[in-house]
Design a protein around this ligand. Structure first.
Ligand code: NAP
Length: 298
């Protein structure tokens, strides 16, 4: 298969590239950044696919600035919805398979139990709304050959993410106040990347005209943002203390759902995936980040 991966400079794009570079290649991968394929214009998307041919697109590119999206709705809608619609149209007319990444922020967080793929979505913020419109565009254009994978609280060794932020703040402050009433599941981008690579090798993915569907993927378990930060500080042996606060005490431009733990039963059963606990993956990621001597190896 000739495979295109968009968002090559992002957390997931970089993680997939790293895995592909380390493993025996059974497919040809092309990784593109914004410079090579700009999703902010449908004509640039059209032009790109007129001269480049693929069997599968893995769309990791997105407008991911959740708070900024409240003020830049048009930009967020362009990347997360209109560009996705264009990619789906091109994929359909050229028989290209599509794996698209979406988010737990399509849910309002009021279910109080793990979300299934079939649960109603009701995003609370612009980011979630534009991502949901992207999902719906794919499902209405591509009855077959598209797979939408919703993930949550993505972090990695790369770029700006919760782990990097907590480590940075822990070096500047003696105490951190972190919200304890937003519950979800962290996802190590490398684990999601490996799951995608396992999926594309599987017979179940490679069937002719596979029905387009939504799947959920995160690491195993659940925690609050406070628990997540506490574990980051523990592993890094940081000296600073941490206090739980409520969402109301930490106002942000975008409203966030309170509980978005997702069931991974569908994806793990269908593709025979072993999903690692969030604590184990966090430790692995942080071991790759810092000099091992500063880390707590427990
Ligand atoms: N991060 C999370 O916590 C989280 C949670 C749930 C779901 N997700 C979803 O998971 C996927 C991967 O997220 P991530 O954390 O890897 O995102 P990320 O690190 O923010 O990377 C997104 C990539 O998209 C690229 N991009 C943005 N606008 C573009 C444009 N106009 N044209 C081409 N490329 C453009 C960015 O390019 P530049 O590098 O040039 O800016 C960036 O490399 C996304 O679909 C996201 O919605 C993320």
């Amino acid at each position: 298969m000739f495979i295109l991966v968009t968002g090559a400079n992002g957390q997931l794009g970089k993680s997939i590239k790293n895995l592909v570079d380390q493993q025996k290649k059974s497919h040809s991968f092309v990784f593109v950044t914004r410079d090579q394929l700009d999703l902010s214009s449908t004509s640039s998307i059209q032009n790109y696919f007129e001269t480049h041919k693929f069997d599968l697109i893995i769309n990791c590119a997105a407008y991911t600035l959740v708070d900024n999206a409240e003020n830049y709705q048009e930009e967020a809608d362009m990347i997360n919805h209109i560009a996705v619609m264009k990619i789906a149209e091109i994929a359909k007319s050229n028989n290209i398979k599509l794996i698209h990444i979406s988010t737990d922020f399509v849910f309002d967080g009021l279910k109080h139990k793990p979300y299934f793929e079939s649960d109603a979505s009701s995003p609370l913020n612009i980011y979630g709304k534009t991502k949901l419109k992207g999902e719906n565009a794919i499902l209405s254009i591509m009855k077959f050959n598209a797979m939408i994978i919703r993930t949550s609280w993505l972090y990695s060794e790369y770029g700006n993410n919760f782990v990097a932020t907590i480590l940075r703040l822990s070096q500047k402050s003696s105490n951190l106040n972190i919200v304890s009433d937003q519950i979800g599941t962290p996802t190590f981008a490398r684990d999601l990347g490996q799951a995608i690579l396992d999926i594309i090798k599987s017979d179940k993915f490679n069937v002719f005209k596979k029905k387009s569907e939504i799947y959920h993927y995160s690491n195993e378990g659940k925690c609050s943002r406070y628990d997540f930060a506490k574990e980051i500080l523990r592993i890094s042996n940081a000296k600073c203390t941490i206090s739980p606060i409520n969402t109301e005490d930490y106002p942000t431009a975008a409203k966030r759902p309170k509980l978005t733990v997702m069931s991974k039963e569908k994806i793990s059963k269908e593709f025979d995936l072993k999903i690692i606990s969030w604590k184990e993956s966090l430790k692995y990621c942080m071991n790759n980040l810092s000099t091992p001597s500063t880390l707590n190896k427990d």
